[in-house]
Ligand binder design. Structure first.
Ligand code: GTP
Ligand code: MG
Length: 211
């Protein structure tokens, strides 16, 4: 049979789930995790690097209108910012699936946090050591909501490194809160952060006095 190229179906135009978007039938537990942190610390990057489905992002180009409204100190080269949320998914094993929700970093969008946190089991706080101060409010808000969290230091090349206990003191974190290094651009590293969070949540279930 003879096909004209115009009659061939373009794979991208086929409506319906792609194989990698479909959950394995063995998945029995789904957990909601939020990825939080100040402006430009790498939240969208982390969700994108680790997600096994094409992540949903809501990034908008930063424009002159944000000048004087958004605090871009330290991230002057950033051109896009999350205005609603990031969404991704990762299967930890055949049974357990994590749904990842990245929050917007800019303070003017923080009212969206209420919805994003509903039903969340835990959070990852991404931190840039060049701008530790942007993490204070974020951590305070998690503590207010009683959401357990781990801290992931996103290792930007020119960011200063500090001993973990110095960072713990600077961020005023209790001894049981895990602090790990990561490179949000790397899938394995981002996955390790999520595994640290899952282990921590498990330890809280076993020793609830820390929660
Ligand atoms: N070198 C390096 N660059 C990174 C890393 N993570 C993110 N970036 C870069 O840092 C910039 C900011 O990353 P985003 O993922 O947009 O940060 P965000 O926290 O989602 O930002 P907002 O949504 O605006 O708050 C991007 O240009 C990334 O490519 C990292 O681990 N190392
Ligand atoms: Mg973002």
């Amino acid at each position: 049979m003879d096909f004209k190229s115009s009659e061939l179906v373009d794979a991208d135009s086929v409506v319906g789930p792609r194989a990698e978007d479909t959950l394995p039938s063995s998945a029995t537990a789904a957990v909601k995790i939020v990825i939080v942190g100040g402006f430009g610390v790498g939240k969208t990057t982390l969700v994108g690097s680790v997600s096994e489905i094409r992540p949903l992002t809501t990034e908008e180009t930063m424009t002159q209108a944000g000048v004087g409204v958004d605090d871009i100190a330290g991230v002057e080269r950033k051109t896009a910012t999350t205005v609603a949320m990031d969404f991704g998914r990762i299967s930890i094993n055949e049974e357990l699936v994590l749904y990842l929700f990245g929050t917007p970093g800019q303070q003017r969008f923080w009212f969206l946090w209420n919805g994003l946190f509903r039903g969340a089991l835990g959070a990852v706080v991404l931190v840039d050591t060049r701008r530790l101060e942007v993490s204070f409010d974020v951590i305070g808000r998690l503590e207010e909501r009683d959401v357990p969290f781990v801290v992931a230091i996103n290792t930007f090349p020119d960011a200063p490194t500090y001993p973990t206990e110095e960072l713990r003191a600077a961020l005023d974190l209790p001894a049981h809160v895990p602090i790990v290094d990561c490179d949000a651009r790397k899938r394995a590293s981002s996955r390790d952060v999520l595994l640290t969070l899952m282990r921590y949540l498990h330890s809280l279930a076993v020793t609830p006095e820390h929660s």
